[in-house]
Every structure is written in C-alpha cells, then in structure tokens.
Design a protein around this ligand. Sequence first.
Ligand code: ADP
Ligand code: CA
Length: 423
Amino acid sequence: MPQRPKLVLVGQLSVFPWVFEAAKRAGIDLILVPRGDDSAESAGRADAVVELLPLDIDEDPEGALSALADRYRREPFDGIMAGNERVVPFVARAAHELGLTGLTEEAAAVVRDKRSMRHRLLEAGLGLPGFVAIEDPDGWTDALALRFPVVVKPANGHSSLGVIRVDDKDCLEQAVARTWKLIETHHLGVADGPTPETGVLVEEYLDGPEVAAESLVHHGQVRVCGISWKGELAGPYFEETMFRAPAQLPTEILTAIEAEVIGAHHAFGITEGTTHTELRLVGGVRPVLLEMAARLGGGGFTHHLVHFSTGIDLAAEALRIHLGREPLCWREEPALVGHVAVYEVPVGSGGRMKQVHGLDSVRNDPQVDYVVQTVSPGELLLPYPDFSGYPAIVVSRHESDAAAVAYRAHLARTLHVEYEEQG
Ligand code: ADP
Ligand code: CA
C-alpha cells in the first residue's frame, strides 16, 4: 500500500476544525506545529494530527527552521502549509529550503505587507484607493493630502486590529497615534526578519459593500472558487460580523471581481496555494481590492463557505496543492449546491468574558454545522479597534440567501456576550 502523504501544518489553531477535517477526508496525515496560544492537549486531539512539532517561530525563526530541517532529515514529509497570517513568510522560506511546494519568499513578503500590495496593484494598473505609507508616528501629516474619509491601519495587521476610519482631518493625528500604539502592543510586524518592519498605512475610504473571494492557485493558474458577501461595514471600527455564500450579485459584477482577484495574484506573484481576498464594491459595482491573505481565511471557515456553496473541498484542495499535486477540482465545472452563512458574535463593550448567551439552542439547531468558541470564560476580550479573539463563530446552511439573512437576524437577536462586572 502506498504511504499516506504527510504535511506540516504550521500554526493552525486546533479549535478551528475545518483543515483538520479536510485532511482526514483526503487521507493526509498532519504534523502540527501548534500556535503559541494553543493547548497541547487540544492540538494533539485534532483530526488527522499524527505528531506535534512545537517550534518557536516568532522568537527564534532560525532555530525553528533548523529544527524543521532536522525533522525533515530524520523522515522527510511531503508538504508544508501555513495555518495563520503571521507564519506565511516562515512557511515560504521553509518550503523553499526543503524543496517543497509553496509561495516564493518574495510573494510571501508582498502579501504580509499592505504597503507592498498597494504598490504592486498600482504597477499592475489594477484598482486601488489613494494611499500614504507612514514610517513613524510624526509622519501623519503626509496623509492630509488624501481625500477624506480615510482609513488608518497597521501595514502588517490582521483581524481589523487597529483599523480606524477617520472622517475629519482634525482627528487624523490621534488615530495614527492610536494605531501605532496597538502595533507596538501587539508586536505587529513582518515576522521572520532581523528587524520586524512596522508601519501605518492611511488610505482613502472605499465606499460600498464588502465581499470576499476564496481562490486556489496551482502552477500559476488561479481559480476563484467562491465569492461571499460581507455586507456594509461603515466603521469607525471594522468588526467582521458575517459572511454569506454565494454572494447574490449580477454576473457582470462577479466576473469583474474574479478579474480583479486573478490580476492581483499575478501582481503579487502568487503561484501556489490558497488565498483569501477581500474587496469593496465601490458604489455597489466596482470591485477594488482591500487585501489578500495567502492562506485559508477565517481560521478555515472560508473552506466551509466554499465547500457547501460550490461543492469544492477547498481545504483539502489547498492541502493537495501544498503536497505538489493537482487539485481534484481542476478539471471540473463548479456547481451551486447551497447557501452557507457564518456569523461572528460581536465583542461589544469587551471585558472579562462570563459566557455567550444563547449558544446552547444554536448548537442544537439542525441548520447549524459548527459553533466554535476560541475564548474561554474568565478571559479578557478586547473591544475594537483592539482585538484579542472572536467570542463565538456560528456556521450554518440554508435553502436560500433570504433564509440565511433571516437566520442572521435571529442570531443577532438571541446571541450576546455577558461580561463579568467591572470591579
Ligand atoms: P486586516 O488585515 O486588519 O483585516 P484590512 O485591510 O482587511 O486589514 O481592513 C480591515 C477592514 O477595514 C476591511 O475589511 C474593511 O471593512 C475596512 N477597510 C480597510 N481599508 C479600507 C478602505 N480603504 N476603505 C474602506 N474600508 C476599509
Ligand atoms: Ca482583512
């Protein structure tokens, strides 16, 4: 019998089940490099995990790389894939050094830095907002020349942490200072370099609803597998609250989104793997890229959005690509198989979490496939524009988009986070 393929999955939080389940379905064994904040017990129990390989990528990337190379020499594995945003450059470098399929180190650096993405889009003649990169907090005056409102954000951030809309020029200095402080508190920079590069990006506000696109890339060929609807997010902070797939949009707009997303992959030099791209539809019609992440989005729930709206087993296909194989869907036509919704329970005021009310009845609802909680009672949840985690994520399936909309309203009414009394 041929040996089962083995892949190193780096920093995938084990309470997010999607990639682990996909590996199990696809018959792939995982060597899991646990994320720093994961528990060894939970990591060891995840589906398809046959081995845990703790590495200190953040603090000691060189040591982590040599430990990984030692592990490879002892018994080679067949692939490596990133399970969170911060490890994308490390995984690209490791893949390169071990001769495995992955992003080039250059492409990994581009997608980890929102300034580089903006420059690449500009060079490629693709759509983008006016922007100014600020290298130190005093440089905020450079951004006064932009058309307001603007959005201030970390150049290497995630999860809308430190992302602030500013309507008024008088408030810009304060917003930049606030974002800068969050960058320092959270050590947001490009990991895996001798001097982590940090900075702030200020860009013109793109007015229109938001969509996300999940793609697979194999030998430079890009396939946009699914487009989902994130809705209107007006700020001043950008807490994500939902996704619905497939997005109910006219064919011309879907085609325009696809063209923009494919163009961005070429502009960023992404030739292998899977990506999560966010765009705004300016005026409701013109897609403009916000950013792209070279990994599965949302800790993997974007897999479920695609899988049960199109039939494409996105996470399993991503694993196959990282094993150097052609995805099974590569020669198949997409199909519409259903409607999927993701609801993220809002953090609200933040504080020490007591519980999330209403989850028990949601867990028992036959429409619901997953309820995932990453924050335990007693833990501190920071309100936006700070970020420390999502209180709970509910993934459900519906007969129609209208049913998904109605269910979202039901969840918004019935679920809320209760915090301990402030002492
Ligand atoms: P992050 O890496 O933190 O997710 P994003 O660039 O995706 O950074 O910004 C987070 C959110 O902030 C986006 O999903 C979007 O809603 C909002 N946002 C960011 N930049 C802009 C912009 N130029 N115009 C409008 N909204 C923006
Ligand atoms: Ca984002």
